[in-house]
Structure formats: C-alpha cells, structure tokens
Design a protein around this ligand. Structure first.
Ligand code: AMP
Length: 273
C-alpha cells in the first residue's frame, strides 16, 4: 500500500479507513523511538495514521518552536519504511482557527513537575491531542513513556472527558550508552552529549536502589557531579505525578529534566518498590 500524505482535514477524511485505526501523534524529526510506536500501532489496527505537527500551542515564549527540527521528507521515508498508511501533516492555520477561544485545561496536574517549568505546555498538548482524536477518530493511540507526565495527562483526559479511544504506552528507546532518543538530541554538541549521559546514569543509579529515599539520594548524587543545570528530579506516582512517600509500595516514576548548553532534555524510568 502506498503511503498517503494528508495535508489538511479534507485529505485526512478521504484517506481514513472504515476499519480500525491506530494513531501515533508526533512532532516529526522522527527517530527510532517514533518507529517503535509505529510498530506497536501497526500491530493494533488495520490502518496506522501518524500525525506530524509541530504544535505552536505547547511551546512557551523563548522556547525552541522556531528552531525545532523539521525533517519532513525523511520523516515520510521513515513512515513508508514502517508500513504507515497515512501521514497527517496539517499546517498551523488548518489546525487552529484565527479566532479560536476554547482549549483543554490540564488542571492542577498540568501545573506540577514539568508543568511548573513550562506553564501552559500541557494545556497546549492536550488541546492538540484532543483535536487529533476528533479529526482522526482512532480506536487506539500510542504514546511514549519517555514523556511520562504527558502520557499520564492524556490518560486522565480520556477518563475525565469520556473519550472513546484506548491509550497505549510504549517503552522508552535508548542509545546503546543509555541516552534516551529525542528529536532534540540533534542540537547536542559532542561535549553536550557526553554531559547529557548523566541523565540516564542518574536514573539508572536511582533505579538500582530499593527504597524511595535512597533512590532520590543516589540519583541526586549522580546529577550533582555532572555539570547539568537540573530543573527537577522527582520520584512520583505514574498516574498523578504526586511525590511518593518514603513508605510507598508499588510502581513510581523517577523523572528528571535538565539543561545542557541551550538544550533541555527530559528522561524517566519506572521503579517498583
Ligand atoms: P515528539 O515527536 O517528541 O512529540 O514525540 C512523539 C511521541 O514519541 C510521543 O508519544 C513521545 O513520548 C514518543 N517518544 C519520543 N521519544 C521517544 C523514545 N526515545 N522512545 C519511545 N517513545 C518516544
């Protein structure tokens, strides 16, 4: 089957199949992490739709919206190689009416951890994801655990707003040395990249411990030695992103965000107590 490229909602409507549909939302600059999501999607539905849209709403002033990597031609090759059926790549003007007023609020959970550093970010994410759900009408949508708070908030939106879509979370794909794949890794110089390895090293050091306090301590010690400008290191409940108590048992997320040079990176691992 030939890959269909839908540049606007009318093209998308024509391309959409009447069978089951799996959606993989992305901002493009596709890498092996995105490929793993596409493979999951391929196994879950008859038609796979990948959206490629750098969503202006989820970037704050001074963030990297204008320099975010845009590699559309190679993205299409990646999608074709992965057996994707439809790429939906709308323009910002097609997605957003100039007089738009209404959007999704991520609530208090959208204002903590990553949301505390990037005010409004998750409102922008949820608004575009809800619009993509309404336009594509997928049976299932696949998101990466790499963006753990985003995944948690999308699950909350689906539950709170009764959206008829199943959400599947996919594990984080890493380079052999541990660095989580990210479209933003291409900003890193060789030195930056070496410094950035402290993120996954800290998470790994934390995950090797067996109690919340020692997880936090081991990860903090690794970061302190790294030269990274750390925005946060938290050990939180994967569903709520509230800090877990020292007495916690169950699964938690150890999540970190840090800046290296001009690039901001996030990463996380699941830890079970
Ligand atoms: P993005 O294009 O960065 O907005 O990401 C699109 C989707 O790919 C999101 O669901 C991300 O969580 C997911 N993703 C990004 N990086 C990775 C990775 N290294 N492994 C698995 N999924 C990822």
């Amino acid at each position: 089957m030939e890959l269909i490229v839908a540049h606007d909602r009318a093209d998308l409507e024509k391309a959409r199949s009447s069978g089951s549909v799996a959606l993989v939302p992305t901002m493009g600059a596709l890498h092996e992490g995105h490929r793993s999501l596409m493979r999951q999607a391929r196994a879950l539905a008859e038609q796979v739709v990948v959206s490629v849209f750098v969503n202006p709403l989820q970037f704050g002033p001074g963030e990297d919206f204008s320099r975010y990597p845009r590699t559309f031609d190679t993205d299409l090759d990646v999608c074709a190689e992965e057996g994707v059926d439809v790429v939906f790549a709308p323009s910002a003007d097609d997605m957003y009416r100039p007089d738009r007023q209404v959007g999704v609020s991520a609530g208090e959970m959208g204002a903590i951890v990553e949301g505390a550093v990037r005010p409004g970010h998750f409102d922008g994410v949820l608004t575009v994801v809800l619009k993509l759900f309404n336009l594509v009408r997928p049976d299932v949508a696949v998101f990466g655990q790499k963006d753990a708070q985003q995944l948690a908030l999308i699950r909350r939106m689906v539950a709170d707003l009764d959206l008829p879509v199943e959400i599947v979370g996919a594990p984080t794909v890493r380079e052999p040395d541990g660095l989580a794949l990210s479209s933003r890794n291409r900003y890193l110089t060789t030195d930056d990249r070496r410094t950035a390895l402290a993120l996954s090293r800290a998470l790994l050091a934390g995950a090797a411990e067996s109690a919340p306090a020692s997880v936090r301590a081991a990860a903090t010690a690794e970061l302190a030695a790294s030269g990274l400008a750390v925005d946060y290191l938290v050990l939180v409940d994967p569903a709520t992103f509230a800090e877990v108590p020292d007495s916690f048992s169950g699964q938690a997320v150890l999540a970190v965000a840090a800046r290296v040079g001009t690039t901001r990176l996030i990463d996380n691992v699941l830890v079970t107590f």
